[in-house]
Design a protein around this ligand. Sequence first.
Ligand code: ADP
Ligand code: MG
Ligand code: ZN
Length: 471
Amino acid sequence: MAKIGLEVHVHITSLKTKLFCICPSHYAGKEPNSVVCPVCLGLPGAIPVPNKKAIEEAIKVSLALNMQISDKVVFVRKHYFYPDMAKNYQISQYDGPGTAPIAKNGFMKLRNGKTIRIRRINIEEDPAKIVYPTGSLLTSKYVWVDYNRSGIGMLEIVTEPDIEDPKEAREFLEKLRSILEHLGTCDCTIEGSMRVDVNVSVPGGERVEVKNIGSIKGVEEALKYEIARQEALRSQGLPVKRETRHWDDARKVTLPSRYKEEETDYRYFPDPDLPPITVTENWIKSIASSLPELPDARIRRFVVQYGLSEYDATVLVMDKGLADFYEDVLKIYYKPKEVANLLINDYLRWINEMNIRPSESKAKPEYIASLLKMMEEGVITIKIVKEILSEVVKGSDPRKLVEERGLTALRDQEFLVEIIKQVFAQEPDAVEKARRDPKVINYLVGQVMRRTGKRADPYLVNQLVRKMLGG
Ligand code: ADP
Ligand code: MG
Ligand code: ZN
C-alpha cells in the first residue's frame, strides 16, 4: 500500500490586492509585468504591509479544516535563489523555534469515514511566473519572468501521509476544493489557482516528491504512474531513492527534476519588516460566526430537504457550482429527485466529456427545467432529452431545439394503434401473458417504442396497449 501526503497551494482569489502591497491580485489577461510595484518586485527598501483579509481567509479555512489556530501570525523569510524570486527570499511561514504556521493539526473526513490529518496551513506569497518561450524547462534557450503573479496571497495546506491511493487523493482534493469554494476563499476555476505537490512512497522505498501539478486529474494520474514505477523497482529488488520529480502532463509520466532540492537550506528567520500579528479569541469567534454553510452540512441538508441519497447529495455538493445550479433548477422546477438524476447521470457526463467544470457550462437552470417539463408533459421522450443535452450544456435552448428539429414525441393515435396491432400480431404469446401479468405489458410497450425509434410518447403507448389488451 502506498503512503501519500499532499502539499496544496491555493490562491486566495477573494483578495482584491496582493499579500503585501496594493497591486490588484487579479492579473488574468493583463500585460506581463504591468501589475507590479516596488514591494512585489522586491526592490530594496520597499516595505511589505500584510493584507488583513488574507489572514481572515486563512482563519476561515483553518476553522473549516478543524485546525488549531495560532495566537500569532509570524511571517518568515524563506531564502532561495531562482529567477522567479525577486528578493531571493519568499515571505512564508514556518514551524520552528519562535515561529509557527497560522494553523496546525486539523483533519478532514472522507466519504468512507476515514480521517486525513492536516499537518499545517501556511500563508505565503506566490513567486513570479517563469515563461519558457522556446520550449520547456529543459529545452528553452532563455526564460521570461512575469512578475504579475509575484506577491499574490496563497495558502499552503499540507497533509500527513494518511492517503493510501490515487482515488483517495482525488477525493481529498475535490472535497478541499469544494470547501474552499463554499468559503469563497478560492475560485478554483481560475487557471493556476490550485497547484499540488504530491509526496509518495511504497513499502521499503524512500519518499518521492512530484512538484507542481496543476489539476486534480493530473494528481491522480501522476500518483498512478509514480506508484507503478516505484512498485516495479521494489519488485525487482531495486531501491527507490529520495528525489524530486515533475509531472509531464503531455506525456503522462513523472521525470527526475534537474536540480537536487533536498539539500537546500532555506535559512528561515522571522521577517524583521513584519512584526507578529496577534490573533485574538474574539477575532476567531467573529469569523467562526460568519462562516457559510459548508459541504458536510449541505450534504446533510440535501438528504433531509430533498430526499436524495447520501451518494447523490455528495456528488452534487462536491462541486459548489453544480450544487448551486441544482438548487437554481429546483427554484423553477421542484422535482428534487428527477433533477438530481438528470444532472448526475447525464449532465455531468457531458461536463466531464467537455473537460470543463459545471460552473463553466452555458446551460441555464431554465433549460434543465424545460427539458424535464417537456418530458413530463409527453412532448419529448427521455431519448430526445439525452440526445440534445450536450447542446444544452453548450448553451442551446431546448425548447428551440425541439421546435426547430421537430423532435416532439409521436402522439398520433391512429399511427400508434397500427404499430401496436403489428406487435400484437407478432407476439401472440406475450399478448396472452400480458392479460394476466402486468409486467409483460411493459415488454409490449418496449416493442412498440423500438419500432418508433423511441420517439413515441411512452405514456400514451402504455394507455393504448392496456386498452387494446382489455378490448
Ligand atoms: P518537506 O518540507 O521537506 O517537503 P515534510 O516533512 O514537510 O517535508 O513533508 C512534506 C509532505 O510529505 C507532507 O505532506 C507529508 O505528509 C509527506 N510525507 C512525509 N513522509 C512521507 C512518506 N514516507 N511517504 C509519503 N509522503 C510522506
Ligand atoms: Mg515539500
Ligand atoms: Zn505590488
